[in-house]
Structures are given as C-alpha cells and as structure tokens.
Ligand binder design. Sequence first.
Ligand code: MV4
Length: 646
Amino acid sequence: MFDKILIANRGEIACRIIETARSLGVATVAVYSEADARAKHVALADEAFLIGPPQPAESYLKGQTLIEVALEAGAQAIHPGYGFLSENPDFVEAVEAAGLIFIGPSAPAIRAMGLKDAAKRLMEAAGVPVVPGYHGDNQDPEHLAGAAEAIGYPVLIKAVAGGGGKGMRKVVAPQDFAAALDSARGEARTAFGNDAVLIEKYVEKPRHIEVQVFGDGHEAVHLYERDCSLQRRHQKVIEEAPAPGMTEEMRAAMGEAAVRAAKAIGYKGAGTIEFIIDASDGLRPDRFWFMEMNTRLQVEHPVTEAVTGIDLVEWQLRVAAGEPLPMGQAQIPLKGHAFEARLYAEDVPKGFLPATGTLSHLVFPDGARIDSGVRAGDTISPFYDPMIAKVITHGPTREIALARMTRALERSEVAGSVTNLAFLAALTRHQGFAAGDVDTGLIERDLDGLISAEVPAPHLVAQAALAAAGLMEGPAALTGFTLWAPLDRRVSLAHEGEEMVATIRVRAPGAAVIGIEGMEIVAERDASGWRFDGAKAVPMARAGARITLFSGAAPVFDLVDPLDRAGADVGGGNLIEAPMPGLVKAVFVAAGEAVEAGQRLAILEAMKMEHTLVAARDGVVAEVLAAAGDQVEAGAALVRLEEDEA
Ligand code: MV4
C-alpha cells in the first residue's frame, strides 16, 4: 500500500478519498485553489498545497502543477476523483512519466472508450450488445441518411465525442434527417471540435442502468447495477441500487456483458458500463445495450457501497498499489436497497439555476450517510459544481430505503442558499417513483407537481414573526412583555419580496396572539416548546435578520429593520430607544455632547446583527442611560437629548 497519495480534486469526493486513505493509514496531500483555502478537504488532509486561482483551468486542471506538488510532497500516487483530470489520458501519461502511479485505468483504456463510435465497434467485437445503428467512419450525409433508413425511424443522431446530450438529435421522419444532421454537427463542432456522428435506433421509454465494474488489469468483476433513470436535462437526480424490477437473469446478462467490456480493454480500477434499456415492456435480457463507459469512480458510487458493503475507494487504492482484486465475483454480496439524492444549491423555481451562498446553517439528521465537501459556514462559490451533499440511505427493502430517504431529506436543515431539498423530497413521494416505475422522462413529465411553489402556512409566518421579535427564546419568552411597552409589537417581515406586518400581542408568559393579514394565530408554549394554532414549531435558523424555517420549501423571512423607520416616530425626538431586546455593544456619546441628525449614538446587537442607533435631529445629549454590555429590553431608553429649543 502507498504511504502517501495526492488527491487532485476538491469538494465531497476529495473528502471521501481522504477518509478511506486515512482508514488505511495512507497520508494525504490536498491541493486547493484560492477559493478553497478554507475548504473542508484542505482541513481534512495531512498536507495541503495552493495551486492557483479559483478558475479550474488555472488550478485543478493544471496537470503539470499537480505532478510537481505530488513529487515535492513525496506522494507516490495521484487520485483524480471524478471530473477535472479523471478521464484525461494525456494526464495519465504525464503522471506515469513522472514516476508516479495514477489511481485509475491506463491511458489506452481511457482512449479506447473516449469516442462513442470506436467504443461501440470495440464492444461489438467483444460480444457486448450495442444499440442497433451505424457507427462507421463514412460521414457522408447521403450515406448517413441511408443508414437511418436501414435502421428504421425514429433514430437518434449522436456526436461521437458527445456527452451530456450535446450534439444529440432525435429524428422521427426521413424528411427531417438532413436538417437534424446539420444541426447536430454544428453543435458537436462547437462543443467538442469534432463533428463526426453515429446513428442509432431511438429507444423508446429508455431507462439508464449502469453496471459497476472493477478490474486489476487482468481480471474483472462487477458489483451489480445502479439505476440512474431519474435525471433532468442529463443531470442525475436520484440514483438507486439495485434497479427496480431487475431479475436475476437480466442482472447476470448485464453483469457478464459489463465484465466482457472491462476485460476487452484490460481495465484497471473502478469503472462503469452504462446501458440503455428499452423498458416499454419491463426489463428483458435482450433489451439492454451498451452506451458508453465511464472510466472513473462515479458520483453515485455510494449506492453500490451501501448494497455490497464494499469500500470502492479502498479497492481503488489496493488495485493501484498492485494487489489483486480483493474478492471474486461469487463473493461479492448484494444486500438490501439503497438510494442517493444529490443535494444542490440551486434555484428550482428559476429553472434549476445554480445558486451560491454561505451556508450559515447545515445540519443533517441521523439515519443517512452524508457525503459532503462543505460544513456550516462554508461558501458555495460560483466556480465549481454547487453540490452541497449526497444523501444516501439503505434499507432491507426498496420501500424502507425510500422512506428513510424521505425522512432524511425532510429533516435536513440548510440555510444560506436556496436548495433543491423540497424538490428531492417531493420526488421521493412521487407515486410512480415509489412504485419503481422509473424512466428518464419521469421528472420532465411531472415537473409542475414536483416544483409547486408553496406559500408558507400562517402558522409558519407566525413562528417567523415571533422569532423575529426575539420572543421564542430567552428571558422575554419566559416573562412575556411585562417589562416593556407597548404590549403590542409590530414586526415587518419580507418573504420573497413581499412585506408582511405581524402584530404580536402577549397575553401571558408563553402565550401570544399573532395577527397576520387579518388572521389570528394563537401561539402557546409548553414543556415541549412552542405551538402555533396547535402545530409544533418547526426547526429554524437565524443568521442576522434572516430566518429560515426548515419545513417544506424552507421559507426564508427577513426582518425588515424597524430602525429604518425609527427616527420618524420617536416622540419629540428626545429619546433614543432600543427597538428590540438586545445587547448594547457601544455608546459613542456622553452627556453634554452636541450631536447632529444622523450621527451614530450607540450600537445594539440583536438577533446576531448590529443595529446602529442614530440621532433623529441635531441636539445636545442630556443623559446616557445605558452602557456597553447592558442587556436591554425593547423600548428601553438608551440616550436622552436636551429639549429641543427650536
Ligand atoms: C439514447 C436514447 C434513446 N435512444 N439513445 C442521453 C445522454 C446520452 N448519454 C445518451 N442518451 C440517450 N441515448 C438511443 N439510441 C435516449 C437517451 C436519453 C437519456 C439516456 C439516459 C438517461 C437520460 C436520458 C435522457 C434523454 C435521452
């Protein structure tokens, strides 16, 4: 085994690799860009080196820099993770030329699978079923149109260098072929600098089922399948293992085909054979076809780990260090069912737009494996994939594993960015998904139901109002408003750009009525906490004036600072009062001092935010009634000005 490895990646996968390396007694070297100086993977590793500016092309993609760092740090091998340089054969060659070990397949194996047409020809020769179609060299439009005719419409035109659906066009009738070909070629040329295409029979109601393989360069085994049919715009959303509806016969056929594929290229390390399945008539052993091979560890590898109990990163390190495969095919267990949901900082109602933000609060429940590259306080920056975490659940049956996923998602607490949590939770409650009726079109078909923007229920708004007033916890919550006046408090909250005013009337300690837009919500506190119209308070987090409630779509409320308006209604402008309970952080004036309108008099810290109290008019300080360090109630007089002469 290695003594020390360098991890040429960031985020959750870097953390994941570090954890296994540590468990094997292997020292780790992290690399990081300027944006990641305080990232979790840097903190976890034994050593860390700055490699450049935030842009990946200037840091995580700088192969030569990574190799130099590995040599300088005394690492013997480089783990590429996924993405970045993980499937770059030139990088593999450079690593090996430097006398280091690349933890992954050989450069020729990666190249063999790099272009779809050559990969299909190779697989066909190895006895792996491929989608019927034309994957030859002749790129003459007439010839391709003839091939489409022979295959039978509908057909799919695919760029040989394609990925992520780019350069892909479905054609249903011959008269549309020429235009579709032109457009697919144009896109492929721009995206990949290669406009060669292949033509395939279009598979209706496709499912995406992939088989995890592992090789040591000679032997190969498979670790069963994963179903990744729940995708949106070619982004996987929830993956699972095994595939719903899989039969022993089909699994054996797919597993054997995947092992043949791996052996055909002398595969070493972790890889995935992607198959497309025609599921229009259930899963049938003669209806799966090779699509492509991913020559890396994949994002969704944890579902395979959950059902096999095997640590795939450990296998990667052992095989790269020259050990044979740790198990033979017959020894590899398959137990229960697992799901993985990808939690992202993204704005679902805005079309799944990537989001950024500092995660002021990040708490996950027990009962799920969480693979994450961020901690509370970390920032999701615009430079990288906005993944927050992978949530993985396992159970003896699909139903139980799915129920555990729903529960885990519903109890995950993220504040500081919008996320797809509510969307994921809705997906786990989807009838068709629950029934195992998955295909690649499910999300798009039912998108409206999955992203329905909900208006927060009145009891949630009431909770936000009470929290904003600082009355849910601390002395004020216990004593009620008896120490301060007025008895009715008004709190302005902004939610999704709409301002709402709540009135809070405290009737007794731990009992209040909250009025919101003509409705009254009764808040009561007992030994188990607050209830709003009988509904238990939901978990929440506060960062400055922002309150996030962890329920449903995790509504966010901003307390509209009452100080913005305080100056106008201070009686006569003589008294500067605390607008809310808080801690006096500083007082800047003394009795007898002349002040100007707008001048800073004191700072009050309330709800973790500092509020500057300013003079409403020109005048002279008559009296200072509070000092730094004082805890004051709302309405407490802090500074009194001399009677205005004018
Ligand atoms: C197909 C197909 C139907 N028929 N090939 C999409 C990405 C690329 N890797 C292959 N893809 C597809 N190839 C044939 N012959 C439908 C898709 C497809 C798809 C495949 C897997 C997962 C999600 C998908 C979403 C749309 C289309």
